[in-house]
Design a protein around this ligand. Structure first.
Ligand code: URP
Ligand code: ZN
Length: 456
């Protein structure tokens, strides 16, 4: 006797698709077999006509991300509820050392307190040291004991106190080589970005449409080139976040061909939007770093997705609402950076990727679930539907189609970058460790929250 049987669906993994029933006991997948292989279970869910995917993993999420001391509208509860509606069962947020008087272990423990008991899906954290001294290097070893083995550094945002210099970037790569951890890098050339920002500001050119001109492709490309070089020297494990440019993908492809350990991620918005968004009346809503690029870059990113150069699609979810976006009064240099997208990622990638035949549905599973699980050593506990895996899954309804409107979404932001797009393929139901979080499009508030998943 099983606790739960999901029957009559088509199971989709990163490798294949097949009709099967899934039996669940407790938090785990107990068995997968031919349709009808289980005669009875305590609860039965009929997934006829639907796809069953491993729960999506979003390895790049900012919940309640501060700007001028105020957290983004998408609180932990709101963003993680939106995640559940987007089929996401596991996300990785950040423990950023905003307060340099705290060491990284304290920062991690504070962030865990903020998230635990609020987050509806399982979660981990990337540690983000911000001090350009040896303390950041030592912090890596200490933080590993807390179950954190991936770290992110910023090559930009110097004025906000988030950047580390190249010496510490280099030393952190050396440490990752020793510890087997992964270093995520936000690669943008700070000097050119700051120079351009000052120049544009002094000339009064601060509207959103000038933002991509202040951070042209070269700002990303130079920084990716530099960090690839440092990774080559250290033979380390580099993960380049949110790649947005053709030049960036080309550089990463060459490094990978050279046998270097480089994982690269892009995001839903870089694959589906162009810099024309900055001309819109609500253009400043779209301020994010790096900026949204041209169609040639979008095409190059899809090419990079297809040939495996880019192996992960994240959302880089950072949900500021319109009021918060307007805090900068239209001045790009004063506008909080980041876009909401954790919920729309699944229908947007299904519609723009799978239905437009840019990728297969199995590649979509790889890019949004299996590859992040493998990258962060969580496979096959997560990112898989195998006996013994966590029973995390999304039941995808590919008959559901709509013109996306804010009212369809469940986070706290009052706008979506994807509003107005005709989208197909939405999560009908989402299960986290054997329990429905969303069932037939309705949130199941069973007072269950996600677990902190320790990374090794
Ligand atoms: O523009 C971006 N990527 N914002 C995300 C939050 C941050 O500042 O890292
Ligand atoms: Zn980010």
């Amino acid at each position: 006797m099983y606790d739960l049987l999901i029957k009559n669906g088509v199971v989709v993994t990163h490798e294949s698709s097949f009709s099967a029933d899934i039996a669940i006991n407790g938090e785990k997948v107990a068995a997968i077999g031919f349709p009808g292989f289980v005669k009875s279970a305590e609860t039965v869910f009929d997934a006829h006509g639907k796809f069953i995917l491993p729960g999506l993993i979003d390895p790049h999420v900012h919940m309640a991300h501060p700007f001028q001391g105020e957290p983004s509208a998408d609180s932990v509860g709101a963003a993680s509820k939106a995640a559940a509606f987007g089929g996401v069962t596991y996300l990785i947020d950040f423990a950023i050392q905003w307060d340099k008087s705290l060491n990284l272990v304290e920062v991690v423990n504070n962030r865990l307190k903020e998230i635990s008991g609020q987050c509806y899906v399982d979660f981990s954290l990337h540690g983000v040291p911000t001090k350009s001294n040896e303390e950041s290097v030592q912090a890596v070893t200490l933080t590993k004991k807390e179950g954190i083995n991936s770290f992110k550094v910023y090559m930009v945002y110097r004025q906000q106190g988030r950047m580390v210099d190249d010496a510490i970037l280099f030393r952190l790569l050396e440490e990752m080589k020793k510890s087997g951890g992964t270093l995520l890098v936000h690669a943008e050339n700070v000097s050119i970005a700051e120079y351009n920002q000052e120049k544009f500001t002094s000339e009064g050119l601060t509207a959103a449409k000038y933002f991509p001109l202040a951070k042209p492709n070269s700002v990303e490309a130079e920084a990716i080139n530099r960090v690839l070089f440092l990774n080559r020297l250290t033979e380390s494990n580099l993960y380049v976040v949110h790649v947005s440019t053709k030049e960036g993908v080309d550089l990463i492809r060459l490094a990978q061909a050279n046998g270097e350990n480089v994982i690269a991620e892009t995001c839903t918005h870089y694959l589906t939007l162009t810099d024309e968004v900055y001309e819109r009346p609500d253009g400043s809503n779209f301020i994010c770093s790096p900026p949204i690029r041209k169609q040639a870059d979008v095409d190059a990113l899809w090419k990079g997705i297809r040939d495996g150069t880019l192996s992960i699609i994240s959302s880089d979810h950072c949900g500021f609402d319109t009021r918060q976006k307007q805090l900068g009064e239209g001045d790009f240099s004063k506008t909080p950076n980041g876009l909401p997208g954790i919920e729309a990622r699944l229908p947007v990638i299904y519609s723009e990727g799978v239905l437009k035949k840019r990728i297969s549905i199995n590649q979509m599973v790889a890019l949004t679930s299996t590859n992040p699980a493998k990258t962060f050593n969580m496979y096959p506990r997560k990112g898989a539907l195998l006996p013994g895996s966590d029973a995390d899954m999304v039941i995808l309804d590919t008959d559901k189609q709509l013109i996306l409107d804010q009212k369809h979404l469940h986070g706290n932001t009052d706008w979506s970058p994807y509003a107005g797009m005709k989208l197909t393929g939405f999560a009908n139901s989402t299960l986290l460790r054997g329990k429905f979080l969303v069932k037939n499009e309705v949130f199941v508030d069973n007072n269950n929250y996600g677990n902190f998943i320790r990374l090794s």
